[in-house]
Design a protein around this ligand. Sequence first.
Ligand code: AMP
Ligand code: ZN
Ligand code: ZN
Length: 425
Amino acid sequence: MRKIPATLINVFFVGLLAACSHAPTTPAASATTSVTPSIPVAPAAAPTVILISVDGLRATTVGTGMMPALDAMAASGVRAASLTPSYPTQTFPNHYTLVTGLRPDHHGVVHNTMRDAAMGKFVSKGETALDGRWWGGEPIWATLQKQGGIAATMFWPGSEAEIAGQRPRYYMNYDKQMPSNARVDQVLAWMDLPAAEQPRLITLYFESYDVAAHATGADSAASNAALKEVDAALARLRDGLRARGREASTNVILVSDHGMLTVRGQDVRYLDELVPANTFAAVHVGTLAGLNPKPGHVQQVEKALIGRHDHFECWRKQDLPARWHYGKHPRVPAILCHADPGWRVLMHGMPASTAQRGEHGYAPDVPDMAATFVATGPDFVRGTQLPAFDNVDVYPLLARLLRITPAANDGTLEPLLPALRDATP
Ligand code: AMP
Ligand code: ZN
Ligand code: ZN
């Protein structure tokens, strides 16, 4: 895997620009040399957009005083009652929904662990995440760059793959050891680049709460310490913007991918206690188990599993509740077994940590799965409280803030209009 510190990426690009006598001087100038001159040109004067994700951050944490910098951000801008995650409430599907505006069924990253008939297995924490063929649709950084802008990603699922013919101009290979403050410093370093090389969109990702909460529970001392650590990084970003006089020209949006629920190790059910393990192949287990019956065993497996069980329920993929917008993509396994809040559906002998004390993956309407939306900056109406809205709506918002034309998506700007200074639909 390539490990390129972003500072080196910057040096490379700055050097490259200096070396090319015909190098574009502004993003708009680069668009004028494009082979498709009719595409709209992203105006360079628009505010910079920073999209932050705090993995697993529940909507209910905002305003509690646990994260003072986040609370101050909400007070100075916009806060939604919550951001409704897409199904399944997992990291990769939802992060990619946030940047494409597409439901997982439509962008194809249907789970952190997937099986594709042609490509084989995908695991979120492996090399497969770098293969663009897994990632459908068009992430916002691709939309921006196609329209003449520059994007940078301080981590984001999908950002290391070439998608829709694009990679973010500046991106980082995922390294969970990179301290939160160092991530913020990288964002600020990008903002210090000469105007012609500066990104107009920057993503920033923090996983420390998700990691601590899985290990120790959603409200443990360690998880609260992780929230404090992330909040200190948010304060560092705010102070960095302020020191540069950039607060008034930067829109900052903070979201999470899903919430978090404390679980007990003993609250598990085993699929192979209902039907023999050799009759099906499980693609993933946990809060959501997905499996394919083996040839000749379809009826047997369906008879044993489809329907309501003690603490979980199984459906054929085509029969899932319509409100989940899930089950049409070929990568979704034939049968899905969905655990009740607090429970997990496992298989003996399949790796799954019963030691985990925090989980997500439950239904999007389970209150603790509700995700966070807070935004501040020149394009937002100070002090707006929005009702809950779907996370597919974040992509059209980003496109509006970047003054670019969004690609086709499942979202709508409608719920955000009361929060925008320019509320033209
Ligand atoms: P999960 O809790 O299984 O849904 O996944 C969350 C974990 O995904 C985080 O704790 C990170 O370690 C990992 N993760 C987040 N972003 C990335 C990324 N861009 N590449 C690889 N792993 C990631
Ligand atoms: Zn997550
Ligand atoms: Zn997680």
